[in-house]
Design a protein around this ligand. Structure first.
Ligand SMILES: [Mg+2]
Length: 115
C-alpha cells in the first residue's frame, strides 16, 4: 500500500464516521479522535511490553500473533484521521519533516558529531 492509497482510505473512513453523525461538532470530533489516539497508543504500549515479555503470563497466553502490527496500524490510522479533522495536510507535513530531519542529520554527519 502506498501512502496515497492510505490517505484515500483515511478520507473514506472520515466520510464513513461523519455519516454516522456521532459527533455534534468538529470540535467534538477533534477531541474524540485525540482521546482515541491515546487509547490506541496505550494498546500499542501493551503490545510492545508483551513482545518483550514484560506482561503477566495470563496476558501473554491470549496474545494475538498480529497484535503488535495491528496496534501500530491503529495508531497510524487515528493519527491521520485526527490530522484530517484539524485540516493538517499530513502528506505535506511529513514531507517537510523528513527534509528537516535529513538536513539536520547531514549537518551532523558533515560536522562529525555523529559517532
Ligand atoms: Mg487498537
Amino acid at each position: 500500500m502506498t501512502l496515497e492509497e492510505f490517505q484515500k482510505f483515511i478520507d473514506e473512513q472520515d466520510a464513513f464516521f461523519r455519516s454516522l453523525g456521532k459527533s455534534a461538532s468538529e470540535r467534538e470530533r477533534v477531541l474524540a479522535r485525540t482521546v482515541k489516539l491515546s487509547e490506541e497508543l496505550g494498546e500499542l504500549c501493551d503490545e510492545v511490553l508483551a513482545s518483550q515479555g514484560f506482561q503477566r503470563a495470563g496476558k501473554m497466553e491470549t496474545r494475538d500473533q498480529n497484535g503488535l502490527g495491528d496496534e501500530f496500524a491503529d495508531v497510524a490510522i487515528v493519527t491521520f484521521l485526527l490530522a484530517k479533522s484539524m485540516n493538517v495536510d499530513i502528506m505535506a507535513a511529513l514531507d517537510r519533516k523528513v527534509k528537516k530531519i535529513k538536513e539536520k542529520h547531514n549537518k551532523q554527519l558533515e560536522s562529525g558529531s555523529v559517532a
